[in-house]
Design a protein around this ligand. Structure first.
Ligand code: FNR
Length: 182
């Protein structure tokens, strides 16, 4: 695999539908990427007082993202924005400014929710945040309205149209990431 991909799920819920979607996307990516599933649920709330002596979980998180070429964010929408747990992780990764782990990385944003517009508004906020941090956010859109039959027991996308759409989406992202890291 030529690309190291950090996959960050914006949910700390055990049965997260976004984690299921992320795992299905990893399957679609296949062996073109080396995947790092980066945990965020153990990060303390950002506090500038902790700078200078960052908690181990924070150092583990930033090291894992920094080691990757590209970032795939798969997030729920909370109140038409991104969940606080994801914003918290992004904030840790953004500081100190000269070690901002998001800068210059190929970045793809997607997400799912049971709602009809499948996280579209939350993704828009996230696109803005990642752009400000210097992430090279891929164009295009992937708003996934979650249905119970979307993902099969083996963890793959069970609806043909959606699988084809997401295959093209992930293939395009890997192409972009390869170009940017060439
Ligand atoms: C939600 N949910 C939600 N869904 C949506 O489509 N738009 C929204 O703005 C919100 N807002 C929202 C706020 C809060 C505080 C919660 C807890 C939930 C519902 C959300 O999509 C649903 O809980 C998903 O299952 C969350 O994804 P995970 O955690 O399963 O990946």
């Amino acid at each position: 695999a030529s690309i190291k991909l950090a996959v960050v799920v914006g949910s700390n819920r055990k049965d997260s539908i976004n984690r299921k979607l992320a795992n299905a996307l990893v399957k679609l990516a296949g062996d073109r990427v080396e995947v790092s599933l980066v945990k965020i649920d153990d990060l303390p709330m950002y506090n500038m007082d902790l700078e200078g002596n960052r908690p181990d979980a924070v150092n583990r998180f930033t090291a894992e993202v920094a080691a990757c070429d590209a970032v795939l964010l798969v997030t729920p929408e909370h109140n038409r924005s991104i969940p606080a747990v994801l914003k918290n992780a992004i904030d840790w990764g953004s500081k100190p400014m000269d070690k901002n782990v998001w800068k210059g990385k190929a970045t793809a944003i997607t997400g799912t929710s049971p709602g009809a517009i499948g996280t579209a508004v939350g993704q828009q906020h996230l696109r803005q945040i990642m752009g400000i941090l210097g992430g090279l956010v891929m164009g295009g859109e992937a708003y996934i309205a979650f249905k119970p039959d979307l993902i099969s027991d083996d963890g793959s996308i069970a609806i043909d149209d959606t699988r084809a759409f997401l295959q093209a989406y992930i293939d395009n992202f890997i192409n972009v990431a390869e170009k940017l890291s060439a």
